[in-house]
Ligand binder design. Structure first.
Ligand SMILES: N[C@@H](CCC(=O)N[C@@H](CS)C(=O)NCC(=O)O)C(=O)O
Length: 229
């Protein structure tokens, strides 16, 4: 199914890895879309109307119909544009991939973000939890090129943040989670994934991400300071 420009719109920000997931899927499938850049500090009426519950990016509009949440959008894309399947066909493999994505939510949004933004004992505790979770991801990728086998697919998009964003978070947040020696298979996967030309094209530059994450860290630390008073 070839799309005319404008039938599929992606409301997104260039720095968000959740948004990169969607761009990777659309580009690998060769689906045309319009990228509408959102200002998260001054959200657009289009985003507020399209995703009234969470007001987050990515949100897509397909023939005017809105859909939010990156994992749900990925599955939807896979069902509408069936060539180059992203999720496994087998129900059990599909459920396993979905549950792995569920675990990734905890790893990224709870453990890694906590390690990134906090300090002292709280930071150390979060680093320990994140490293334990990473060990289970290391087991999943051992002996494989990509999470689903030989081709990039759903779980590679889910874990895509490990291949680019994490390294910048480690630098800005003064921490080390993905140590090459402890996680050789994951490290190898990161290189395989990020060196794919389609994936590489839809990632923010390191400099841009450093600035963005420094801003995020200032914001979170200021908020934590204000909450103490
Ligand atoms: N669970 C959501 C998370 C999306 C998300 O957190 N997006 C961030 C940008 S990275 C956002 O829109 N933040 C704006 C806000 O929280 O107000 C998904 O997978 O799409």
């Amino acid at each position: 199914m070839i799309e005319k420009m404008g039938e599929l719109k992606l409301i997104a920000t260039p720095q968000s890895f959740y948004c990169a997931r969607i761009q990777w899927a659309l580009k690998l499938k060769g689906v045309e879309y319009e990228f509408i850049e959102e200002d998260l500090l001054n959200k657009s009426p289009l985003l507020l109307k399209s995703n009234p519950a969470y007001k987050k990016v990515p949100t897509i509009l397909y023939h005017g119909k809105p859909l939010a949440e990156s994992l749900i959008i990925l599955e939807y894309i896979d069902q509408v544009w069936k060539h180059y399947p992203l999720l496994p066909h087998d129900p059990s493999d599909k459920a396993i991939a979905r549950s792995s994505a569920f675990a990734d939510e905890k790893l990224y949004t709870v453990e890694v973000w906590e390690a990134f933004k906090s300090e002292g004992e709280k930071k150390e505790k979060a680093i320990k939890a994140a490293v334990e979770s990473l060990a289970t991801v290391e087991k999943q990728i051992e002996g494989k090129k990509f999470f689903g086998g030989e081709k990039i697919g759903y779980l590679d998009f889910v874990y895509g943040w490990l291949a680019h964003w994490l390294n910048v978070m480690e630098e800005v947040g003064s921490m080390k989670l993905l140590d090459k020696g402890s996680f050789p298979s994951l490290h190898h996967w990161c290189l395989n994934f990020i060196n794919n030309p389609i994936i590489r094209k839809s990632i923010p530059s390191r400099e841009n991400l450093v600035e963005y994450l420094k801003g995020s860290l200032r914001y979170h630390r200021a908020l934590a300071g204000a909450n103490k008073n």
